[in-house]
Write a protein that binds this ligand. Sequence first.
Ligand SMILES: Nc1nc2c(c(=O)[nH]1)N[C@H]1C(S)=C(S)[C@@H](COP(=O)(O)O)O[C@H]1N2
Ligand SMILES: [Mo]
Length: 193
Amino acid sequence: MSVSDIGSRVPPGQRLTTGFPVLHHGEVPYYEDLSRWDLKLFGLVEEEATIPFDEFMSLPRREFVNDIHCVTTWSKLDNVWEGVAVSTVMERVKLKPEAKYVMLHAEHGWTTNLPLEDFLRETSFFGLKHNGETLTPEHGYPVRMVVPHLYFWKSAKWLRGVEFRATDKPGFWERNGYHMYGDPFLEQRYDFD
Ligand SMILES: Nc1nc2c(c(=O)[nH]1)N[C@H]1C(S)=C(S)[C@@H](COP(=O)(O)O)O[C@H]1N2
Ligand SMILES: [Mo]
């Protein structure tokens, strides 16, 4: 790959890292009993669904390759993930027509918001492995959302719920000054950007 190709993949104000920094608010959850883990699909759906851990682990998986961009200015190219496609999980629910936004709910009540169409994009997925290794607790084990076309804070670690909503509502960082959408190529870092 030429240097100019790499240049077009790195959004303004970002620099490359080959490491995998760990960033979050609050405590890393260490699960002792995953039989109590589940993923809830709720809100504007005909019937809410709960997917228990064993069932989620047996869903068909795919490889996804992407670049990730953290609002704190690091970008990491060529990540290889194993994950479950959003379309696979969405087979469990039927959306009501009013559903236009998604709130992702993580452990400890952490949340982040995004438009439904960005959640449904073919490049968004439920991540289980990164570069060949099962996610570490620090990076979101057992399941994290990955939405690579938005700043990485939208990629909720320790995901436990997906809520379908008619209206947008700020999640944790969005209430604390971050942008409601967060396109890295438009440098939508803070709410005034
Ligand atoms: N549950 C949860 N998910 C989260 C966060 C968090 O605080 N809690 N932080 C976000 C932020 S700000 C970033 S940059 C990425 C960092 O992911 P990483 O630690 O795997 O690099 O996770 C995102 N997902
Ligand atoms: Mo972040």
